[in-house]
Design a protein. Sequence first.
Length: 308
Amino acid sequence: MVTRFYTHPIFLEHITPPGHPERPDRLRAIERVLDDEAFAALDRAEAPEGDEATILYAHPQEFVERVRAMIPETGIARVDADTTASPKSWQAAVTAIGAANAAVDDVFRGDVANVFVAARPPGHHAEKTTSMGFCLFNTAAIAARYAQRQHQAERVAIVDWDVHHGNGTQDIFWDDPSVLYCSTHQMPLYPGTGAVSETGVGNIFNAPLAPQTGSQAFRDAFLSRILPALDNFAPDLIIISAGFDAHHRDPLAEINLTEDDFDWATGQLMQRAGRHSDNRLVSLLEGGYDLQGLAFSVAAHVGRLMKG
Ligand SMILES: [Zn+2]
């Protein structure tokens, strides 16, 4: 059984302003590192066209139309203080959703061991009715609901190790006990949410990390909080919101992880997927803004996924 890797050239055409950290070169750095012969066995597939109707699994129609109306015909339109859209951003965002949903199909069909999706724009900051933090739609949230509607998954867990709290995912599932949301993130940091006291209906587990902490604090959070929550929830599918901006080289935060930590955390989640989810594990790229830190971290993450 192989690890599938989805990406698509359209993801390079979501253009952000010069100097913006969430840039097409991030995906080029990932493609380059995965070109190594160590990844020859990766099952590369082009992301399929997404189904716009599935956006409604996590966002109301009126909001979807508002985002559509913000897409410019030329140039770059500002969506919020740090979120922008270019002419191809709609197609990129919908294709990102298509890739995530296809990854869910793949693991439920059992054709592949697990899947990594390298797409942009990212998704975890997008709330039900707000695009923000470089994100237009919440791809992970849509994929979780897609698994429930199309594959009769009863319980889906989203584990988010991006260094920023996934306020959007938390917002969407705040009162939905069928989805577990677990997050490690730096606090204080953008977007400001993610306190331990934010628990939804008992389905939200936030594990904030203090600035300048690293491997030890991250692994402690997994061992003491996230993995027990997963064992208790026994999900039918685990989705990783895989941001790599907690890497020590990242310019947007002050958490000092190394690629070994992502290797370790991936292994822990694979073990839980084996225990509860018939190995169903889908990983979706979120942040990660230092190109070398991102590339090495993705290599460690995908290398671990491929070990089955
Ligand atoms: Zn982030």
